[in-house]
Structures are given as C-alpha cells and as structure tokens.
Design a protein around this ligand. Structure first.
Ligand code: FES
Ligand SMILES: [Fe+2]
Length: 450
C-alpha cells in the first residue's frame, strides 16, 4: 500500500526528475520512503554477512544483522555454513547474545531451550514433565534464513526465498571480486574483528559515497594533499575508469594521469606478483598491475575499498569491506572489515593493518572526514524547504556529472559499462534507478488494477 504522502503523483515526479539526472532531497531521509526501502529493497536483495575466515572451525559462529533481522551464522559439523534467525522458538528472545565464538550448541538465556549446530531443538528444561512425551521437538527448530550463499569467501544472505541466486545477482561484479579476493593462493583473510559504530547518516548517502563518488576525495580528504600523501592535481582521483555493472553495483578503477599507478600491484611485495599473475586472467592482471585504488559497491549496502597507503618504501595494500546497516532514516550502524592476502608475509600484514586503522574505522582520519559530511547532509535535510515534496523550492540534488556527455570506453579489458573517468555520476544514477525500480515495484500495477 502506498502511504498518503507517497501517492502516485509523488512517484511520477520522482521518476521524471531522476530521468533528468536530478534527485529530490526529501527522498533521502523521508520516514515513509525509509519504511518502503526496508521492505522492498532489504527484504529482497542479497546482504553481506561475513567472510568465511571468520568461521574457521566447526562450531564457530558470528551474530549479524540484516537490517532488523538478527542472524546467527554457524559452521556445522559437516563444514557447512548455516544461517538462522537468532531468535528462540519458545518466547522469541535473542538466542545467542555474543558477537562471535565457538559452541557445540546454543542455550537460550530465558528458559534454557537448546539447539544444535543444525538449528534442531535438542533440549527443553524439564521437557517431558512440562510438555509431555508427545511434544515433537523437530517442529521447534530455529528458522533458517531463506537463502545463504557465498562467492570468493564472501557470505551473503537473502530474506526472499525466490530472489535470484547470489552469483546471478552479483553478475559482472564477480569478475572484479575475482581480482580483489581471488588474486592470492588461499584467498583473503579477515584480521581482527569487524569494527562497528553508529554514524549519523542515511544508508543511501554512505553507500553512494563509496561506490560512486571519487569526486569528493580531493576536497573532503584535502589534508592528504596538504601532507604530501596525495597529489596537488584536483583531478587525481578522477583518472581511471568507472564501471557500471548490473543491479546497481559498480566499481571505480582509479589509476593516475599516466594510466598506471606509481608502483605496480598496489605496493604489495614483489614476491607476490607471480602468484597474482598465475591466479588472474591476462585482462585482470593488466588491471591489477596498474591500479592505485579500487573502490565500489554491491547494491544495496556493501562497499569496498582497496587502496595503496603509506609512504615510499613502506607502501601497503589491503581490502576494506563495509556494510551500512540502516537503523533509521538518519542513522547507520557501520560494520567494517579488514582483509588481507592470506599468503602475504606476516610483517607486511601487520603494517597494512596499522595503516588501515589510521585511515578507516573510528580511529581513521579519512573516516572522520567522511562522517562529518554525511551527518551534515542528514542535518540539513530536515528543513521545510528540503522536505517540500512538490519541489516548489527546486530542492533537487545534482547527478549530472557526465550525463549524456561521457561515452563508454570500449577498449577497457573488463566487463560492464566502463567510462574513461571516475569523476562521473554513472554509478550513482544506476544505484538510484535500481532503488526506484525496487521501491516502486507493484505500486503502479496496483493503481492500474483498481
Ligand atoms: S525464550 Fe528461549 S527458552 Fe524461553
Ligand atoms: Fe571519503
């Protein structure tokens, strides 16, 4: 049902504006839109849960959230990864309250029912006496997350049992995941625990900032230029390609003015380069050997960045994945993982981890720069002029960079639609188009049937 404030007229207006590369600001933090998003976007798309190296042994578990749905992710005795709703089937309290650990079974803190690693109810306190012999425990197992699947070690869940399979959903992004996650023997591993904090921001703005907006780098992160870490050239984060793939996903392959990074293979130890070559196709190797930063996103709320950080002689590369869990139209809980090649030398891993902590996460300088702007977007979106749905005040945001002007580069070696600059709103527009397609699904059909 469309709410009163979100009538067909409002959707028509939205559609019209978006086709012109404009996005009305009231949409960003509107509470009715937010409710629709939770149901129609997060109820049907794949969301990131964990990396396989977080669940090493049988009995390993982590607890996660898919927006408001609590998830208990467990490795069972057969080595399979299972996802359950983290809620006891007796009175529904949260079953496992720890973030991670290893257990043979899970006992509910309320009345003591217990479940094994396959989610089966195996114990009821004073069971026979209070429920009688005839109670069939097999009817009271944990409820499984409808779909759980992984690609290159990345485990995702989906609440819609009939949604397209994960690999189909990722589409061409798999090819880029193969570079980011599959370049080394043994793949990548998570180091430390995922950091987690709450930021004042809307999930659309944070996801877009990472997936689609290298244009902000030279201003928001100006201090890196002043410190001599980044070049003076205001176009420096714009060299390279922005690639739009299916379903609102996208990646930026940032290089430099010369088309190549100042160091090969992102400053990784030279001893690792033959391994990268062996594990990648020539096209993937060509991209990895010349890239400075990969930054992108999997729609709706997973982002990633793989940079070169450090100073000459102490350069390192790592992979940061982050999930933006919406906890209201004006807040996100950020989950932030550090990943590194399992095959890298131990000393290098440690140096890269320290570099990451100085840049991203609550202790990171780049993170603090970004968080400030996200909070201020939310702050200014509350005014009457901003919330005017008729757009009398013309309060639309500009998504016109490259609109109808920048043509795809057919010579780019990777899949997707690749544009020859990353200062471009192509991924943003694709994210918004996908957003509109998902939230308006069935709405117009219902209207037409009436
Ligand atoms: S709510 Fe879990 S045992 Fe009662
Ligand atoms: Fe940033």
């Amino acid at each position: 049902m469309i709410k009163k404030t979100l009538d067909e007229k409002a959707f028509q207006l939205l559609k019209e504006k978006m086709e012109q590369g404009l996005f009305p600001q009231w949409v960003l933090t509107d509470p009715d839109i937010y409710e629709l998003e939770i149901d129609k976007i997060f109820g049907h798309t794949w969301q990131f849960l964990a990396h396989e190296t977080e669940l090493k042994d049988s009995g390993s578990y982590v607890t996660r959230w898919m927006v408001n749905d609590p998830v208990l992710l467990v490795k069972n005795r057969k080595g399979e990864i299972k996802g359950y709703l983290n809620s006891c089937t007796h009175r529904g309290t949260q079953l496992c309250t720890a973030d991670h650990g290893n257990k043979k079974n899970f006992t509910c803190p309320y009345h003591g029912w217990s479940y094994n690693l396959d989610g089966e109810l195996i114990g009821i306190v004073a069971g026979n006496k209070v429920y009688g012999e005839e109670m069939d425990k097999s009817e009271w197992g944990l409820r499984e997350i409808p779909q759980v699947a992984s690609y290159q070690g990345m485990i995702f869940g989906c609440l819609d049992p009939v949604a397209m399979p994960l690999e189909e959903y990722l589409g061409d992004m798999k090819w880029y995941f193969d570079i980011l996650l599959g370049r080394s023997d043994g793949g990548m591993e998570v180091r430390g625990l995922p950091q987690r904090w709450v930021a004042k921001a809307n999930w659309k703005a944070t996801a877009e900032n990472f997936a689609a907006d290298p244009y902000h780098v030279q201003t928001t992160h100006r201090s890196t230029v002043e410190l001599g870490i980044s070049p003076e050239d205001p176009l420096y984060a714009g060299y390279g390609h922005q690639i739009v793939t299916e379903n609102g996903h996208g990646i930026n392959v940032i290089t430099s003015k010369t088309g190549k990074a100042r160091v090969p293979y992102q400053g990784t130890p030279e001893s690792m380069w033959p391994m990268f070559k062996k594990n990648l196709t020539p096209e993937q190797d060509e991209i990895l050997s010349g890239v400075t930063v990969f930054v992108g996103g999997v729609y709706p709320n997973l982002s990633f960045v793989s940079p070169i950080h450090g100073t000459e002689g102490h350069l390192h590369n790592y992979l940061n994945f982050r999930m933006w869990r919406p906890i209201g139209p004006e807040k996100v809980e950020v989950w932030c993982w550090f990943l590194i090649d399992k095959a890298a030398p131990e000393e290098y891993k440690e140096a890269a981890y320290r570099g990451y902590l100085g840049s991203f996460g609550p202790t990171g300088t780049l993170e603090q720069d970004d968080t400030e702007t996200w909070a201020r977007i939310v702050e200014v979106s509350k005014g009457l002029m901003m919330r005017d749905k008729e757009l009398n005040y013309n309060n639309v945001s500009n998504y016109l960079m490259g609109f109808d002007r920048v043509e795809p580069d057919e010579s780019f070696p990777g899949p997707g639609i690749a544009y020859p600059t990353t200062y471009l709103d192509a991924i943003s527009r694709s994210m918004h188009e996908n957003w509109f397609k998902l939230i308006s699904k069935d709405l117009f059909v219902k209207e037409a049937v009436k």
